[in-house]
Ligand binder design. Sequence first.
Ligand SMILES: Cc1ncc(COP(=O)(O)O)c(C=O)c1O
Length: 394
Amino acid sequence: MDRPDVGELTPPDRTLMGPGPSEVHPRVLRAMSTPLVGHLDPSFVEIMDEVQELLRYAFRTDNKWTIPVSGTGSASMETAIGNLVEPGDTMLVPTNGYFGGRMESMAERAGGEVVHVDAPWGEPLDPVDVERAFEEHQPDVFGFVHAETSTGVLQPDVPELTSIAHDHDAYVIADTVTSLGGVELRVDEWDVDAAYAGPQKCLSCPPGASPLTLNDRAMEKVLSRDDPARSWYLDLSLLEGYWGDERAYHHTAPITNVYALREALRLVAEEGIEERWQRHREMAGALKAGVEAMGGSMNAPDDYWLPSLNAVRVPDGVTDTDVTDYLLEQYDLEIATGLGDLDGDIFRIGCMGYSARPQTVSYLVSALGDALDDQGADVDVEAGLAATSRRLGE
Ligand SMILES: Cc1ncc(COP(=O)(O)O)c(C=O)c1O
């Protein structure tokens, strides 16, 4: 085989306003060039403690069992589902978005039986339907998606959902991949048994080490399983050896990703979690105001609008991919098209972490206005920009 002639790495300089990854904060990038220490070095053990403490702050929890899982959000997702769902258990999953479907696949691979609670794509679950599904199926585990990245819907009424599940002695797993660090989330107060997330959304950190938290009740179920979890790599009873009191080798932690996550979470703590939720609401509010003022419309009603992921309806006569291609080519700006039931109907515009700031929001509104105008949509770009700058100036 010939020696490959591959040039220096020069990816384009994109502005990331899609469903993730978001822009990485420069301090996080700097943390990633910090020299490695061993994953069992006493100094790294201290860093692990700090990351766990910072994660608890971001999740609003005192759970001892709060760790970064090696891998992307799907790894923390599979750790939660693959450990809490035992063969023969029934898991109730939602059908109102792409990630409920992924929950289903993971629960089945864990040996569980899956039952559904339905809502259309673009709408949240109704607690009445959840109650009905519990009465009908008596599931052992209930999963829901707090911030559905495929639809831009924020699930309201979380305490109501967890209380229904607990009245039926079930465990609740929350997908908080697109909410952690950007949208109000209170794991302890809302009585969520297990929540998983990803670092590349509202934490503005590259993918690779993904937050997970479980309360004692959930961990007791995990540690008293009859059979071990099917994945050796994601078996929490083994990961306990590394992230628990013992700090013994299980696998080599992705050290650089843990450094990055630590810095990203330090930024959360410096800003203050509630202030950060507020910033996301304000920045995404300015984006939404601009879209609406130029003549566009949001897919989700205000009651369950998700600031971190704005689903904007594709105007009549416009082809979604022409717009996303135009933005990438003319503006180096990434947004995404719809998925599944909403394929072709919406644009998905992220407003997460370091991307949720005035410069990127104004850039997005002006570029989107231009792209829609170029595709022949009836938009008033000036009105959109004026509405956004008014909101940003407030
Ligand atoms: C709601 C939700 N859950 C799970 C995932 C899976 O995360 P990852 O792609 O990092 O594996 C994503 C990723 O976009 C997501 O948005």
